[in-house]
Design a protein around this ligand. Structure first.
Ligand code: PEP
Ligand code: MN
Length: 338
């Protein structure tokens, strides 16, 4: 349960309320949410508990969300959140396209993609510096060298940068160079990482775990939110099913379902969802139709030589065609690309 406290309430009164809620074993915690102070409890209050809080004069509004992810819920915030990443607003009328290579491999590779992405109307640049690879023998990313290149590409193009952080100990390092921290599918329930990116207060892109239900995903987002970091964007990237033709199964119904359940913006990543170049355009268009706030697309100057995810990266010409196609779809969906 969420108690939105009154604006001018004194700290001693808040402490008294916390003491009382502690006695009642409601595990209370306070968090700053934009310009408000919230009191959160682990379960609903009885009417006598509520009377006590009202008597103390702390209550402006009580929210008892129907879901476990309280701060993420529409019950708590009816308006859709807009997450600002540099000069880009995710969750606005502009369809956000995050484009870039799976992994940053070289200066030339990254800058070539970054300049093209900028020219074609993409709003953000992606590129892996620390790669979560299935095998320890596969390319693990260039680490800080890649982060420096991403920062350089941002200076040259003005595109804000998102890149994955794999472990809590690297949050500060990645935050030094990037504009948004990505928590990947394999780490969606790495709770210490979620707490760490929450504490950083940086914008966070939280990808759906490959075996995660929507409910589990939203509770993972809640770990970030409850640290007082409201800059969370969700990214549907396909889930594991029995189907083997595609790398994953893109759960597009997640987009309108999330719209109903949460105020957080939603992106769709058809690259990791399908694993196959030729399926990206149709699924990207479908995602726009389903109401996604944006797309994440892997682009590489020479996909066949890519050090990771070779089969699913678009080359520069294919990406240009995709952007053209998406433009008309976005206007039908009530969005603009540029
Ligand atoms: C990525 O976007 O670089 C990535 C590894 O994706 P996912 O975590 O969705 O597999
Ligand atoms: Mn990839």
């Amino acid at each position: 349960l969420i108690v939105v406290t009154q604006k001018d309430v004194r700290i001693e009164i808040i402490n008294e309320a916390l003491g009382f809620l502690n006695e009642r074993e409601l595990q209370p915690r306070t968090i700053r949410w934009k310009n408000q102070l919230l009191l959160l409890t682990n379960r609903n209050l009885s009417s006598t508990d509520l009377d006590r809080l009202n008597d103390l004069g702390v209550v402006e509004r009580i929210v008892s969300p129907t879901q476990k992810a309280q701060l993420a819920s529409r019950d708590f915030q009816t308006d859709g959140s807009v997450v600002k990443v540099g000069n880009v607003s995710i969750g606005s009328q502009r369809l956000v396209v995050v484009a870039g290579p799976c992994s940053v491999e070289s200066r030339q590779q990254l800058l070539q993609v970054a300049h093209l992405a900028k020219r074609l109307g993409a709003s953000m640049l992606r590129g892996g510096a620390f790669k979560p690879r299935t095998s320890p023998y596969e390319f693990q990313g260039l680490g800080e060298t890649a982060l420096r290149l991403l920062a350089e590409a941002r200076e040259e193009t003005g595109l804000p940068v998102v890149t994955e952080v794999l472990e809590p100990g690297n949050v500060d390092l990645v935050a030094k160079y990037a504009d948004m921290l990505q928590v990947g599918a394999r780490n969606m329930q790495n709770f210490s990482l979620l707490r760490a990116v929450g504490k950083s207060k940086m914008p966070v892109l939280l990808k759906r775990g490959m075996m995660a239900t929507i409910d589990e995903w939203l509770q993972a987002a809640e770990y970030v939110l409850v640290e007082g970091n409201h800059n969370v964007v969700l990214c549907e990237r396909g889930i594991r099913t029995f189907e083997k033709v595609t790398r994953n199964t893109l759960d597009l119904s997640a987009v309108p379902v999330l719209r109903r359940l949460t105020h957080l913006p939603v992106l769709v990543d058809p690259s990791h969802a399908t694993g196959s170049r030729d399926l990206i355009a149709p699924m990207a268009k479908a995602a726009v139709g389903a109401g996604a706030d944006g797309l994440m697309i892997e682009v590489h100057p020479n996909p066949d030589s890519a050090l990771s995810d070779s089969a699913q990266q678009l080359d520069l010409g294919q990406f240009a065609t995709l952007m053209e196609e998406i433009e008309s779809f976005s206007s039908v969906a009530g969005r603009r690309l540029r």
